[in-house]
Design a binder for this molecule. Sequence first.
Ligand code: GLY
Length: 300
Amino acid sequence: MTLAIIVHGGAKTISEDKVAANKAGCLAAVEAGWAVLTKGGTAAEAVEAAIRVLEADQTFNASLGATLNSEGEVELDAAIMEGATLGWGAVAAVQGVRHPISVARKIMDEKPRFLVARSAERFAAENGLEMCKKEDLIADEQWHEWKEEQEVLDRPNTVGCVALDANGILAAGTSTGGTTGQLAGRVGDSAVIGSGLYADGKLGACSTTGDGESIIPVVLAKTAIDFLNGDRHPDEAAQMAINTLKSKVKGEAGCILLDHQGRVGWAYNSQDMACGYMTTGQDKPAVFTKKEASTAPVLV
Ligand code: GLY
């Protein structure tokens, strides 16, 4: 029985003073998801648990701490997918919802499975999910950057998680506040199955981060999973997916990937990417904000 979980806190530039917070946030998310897996929970439950931690952490662009749109408001997108059944749920452009990933997971059993804006918010409220005032999700730093039109140094970008449970089932989830100053109502890749995330019954599962307008046309998550064919290592497949993006479109992106053996992979073409993972066989989680020879997964 191999268990595995990998999270990302976004492909972005991470200034020196934010490295510790990014690592701490990824570690806490890995630990939350790992606790679910080791107690026999499902991959989807682990993904939800890990992403809820990242959504509650102002360091990351998801829910509290999300970047603000053209109207100075937070609008959130999230989705989750499970490989065995190809079940999925997604919400976009929601406000006043503390954990969009939980709304996405709740909607997995429903039809329609992709709700936006007021419909998604109504669904969340009717299903007893945690609501708040839309202003409650605006973090001080994001507000000052927006109000003073400050240059955004640490370009914020998306969180995600992929997990493999004791039944060999994979799930992936992604949650975001979108891009800084985005037009109200814009929706990127994060809630789009195939682009922002995908989970396959045979090959693997993937969550992505980066410029939605670049990720969508290369269907980045599904592209990365397809590269797992022929037993390719996920780290190589992740890099090939990012290379594909670079060769076809402009833009920054990253992805995290697990295969059915619980092998991990991650790649990005931004300056940094916050990432953490834990698998059966590791004695403690690994967390990074950069991939270097010393932090790359060993290809076995
Ligand atoms: N990847 C986040 C977005 O483009 O909305």
